[in-house]
Design a protein around this ligand. Structure first.
Ligand SMILES: Nc1ncnc2c1ncn2[C@@H]1O[C@H](COP(=O)(O)OP(=O)(O)OP(=O)(O)O)[C@@H](O)[C@H]1O
Length: 289
């Protein structure tokens, strides 16, 4: 479906320029090709989730798209002055270095009122004086979100924002992400391993395995052969794959009770039949506003 805006002067619908548009992205690190031939486009207000096996390049793609990593090939166009709020995959807080939530937010700038507003928005009002290292997992992820929304971003980039949370906590966090999108009007680009969440909260899903295996609405992707080759059949595929891979050597206390799918799908499927279901406004070259 194409995204249109109405020009108040002419009252004629006009296509909305993408926030980020990229073509033919490729990146090799330490002699390993991490990404190749990746095309990408993100419209204002859209929620796009990247799924893929461990090591498939999801974090790297996010870093390339926000400009933290330079691709070897391809081109990226970002809307001029694009304000991005970023929650990285890992942020370790050293308990020996005390820092309160409010001081942490202050690192991103903003007035005390703006910081209080960000805490309010993310459901942790009143925790500003708490030590960052003393927060629960869910509170910590919310503090990271508060940091990311402080400057009213046009784009929120979230790399597994619900990691370490139990299922209800995960559902609440993604509910919050949807609320923030509605309130701020920002687009959201995130990495997630939870297909249920993807189905509920995303406008579009990109299945990545070094390249874009398939993309489209959650329903289209979950039925795509490329997706199923990676994650297996049924809605538990993605979750089970992730849980299994992360079950050894990590202390995820909440994982008991989940089915473990030992059919890894690590024979990475490189068939290129793109089940693309792109919004029309994303398919052509555009000059971002
Ligand atoms: N700076 C680097 N130098 C060399 N290899 C790297 C570097 N960064 C990432 N890689 C490799 O690139 C591959 C993709 O990593 P990336 O973190 O993007 O995957 P991912 O899909 O986000 O994985 P996960 O689901 O486990 O978080 C991995 O094999 C990783 O070891």
């Amino acid at each position: 479906m194409s995204q249109l805006s109405v020009d108040p002067l002419s009252a004629t619908p006009s296509p909305v320029s993408p926030l980020i548009e990229a073509e033919g992205l490729g990146l090799t690190l330490s002699g390993h090709q991490i990404l190749h031939d990746v095309d990408f486009s993100l419209a204002p207000g859209e929620i796009v989730t990247v799924v893929g096996p461990n090591g498939s390049g999801k974090t790297t793609l996010l870093r390339v798209l926000i400009g933290a990593e330079r691709p070897d090939t391809g081109r990226i166009t970002r809307a001029p002055g694009l304000r991005i709020g970023y929650v990285p995959q890992r942020l370790a807080v050293d308990r020996t270095m005390p820092i309160t939530v409010d001081r942490f937010l202050a690192l991103a700038g903003g007035t005390p009122a703006a910081r209080a507003g960000a805490l309010e928005r993310t459901g942790i009002a009143g925790l500003g004086g708490r030590q960052l290292a003393a927060l629960s997992g869910g509170q910590f992820q919310r503090a990271l979100l508060a940091h990311a929304v402080l400057r009213e971003p046009q784009l929120l980039v979230l790399d597994e924002p619900a990691q370490g949370l139990d299922q209800p906590g995960e559902a609440r966090l993604y509910g919050l992400v949807a609320e923030l999108r509605a309130e701020i009007g920002c687009a959201v680009l995130m990495v997630s391993h939870d297909l249920h969440v993807v189905m509920a909260a995303s406008d579009r899903v990109i299945c990545l395995n070094g390249h874009v295996c398939c993309e489209g609405t959650p329903l289209v992707v979950s039925a795509a052969p490329e997706y199923r080759a990676l994650f297996g059949h049924g809605t538990h595929g993605a979750l089970a794959l992730y849980r299994h891979d992360h079950d050894h050597g990590h202390e995820h206390g909440h994982e008991d009770g989940h089915d473990h799918d030992h059919g890894h799908g690590h024979g990475h499927h490189h068939g290129h039949s793109h089940g693309h279901e792109r919004p029309e406004s994303n398919s052509g070259p555009g000059t971002p506003a």
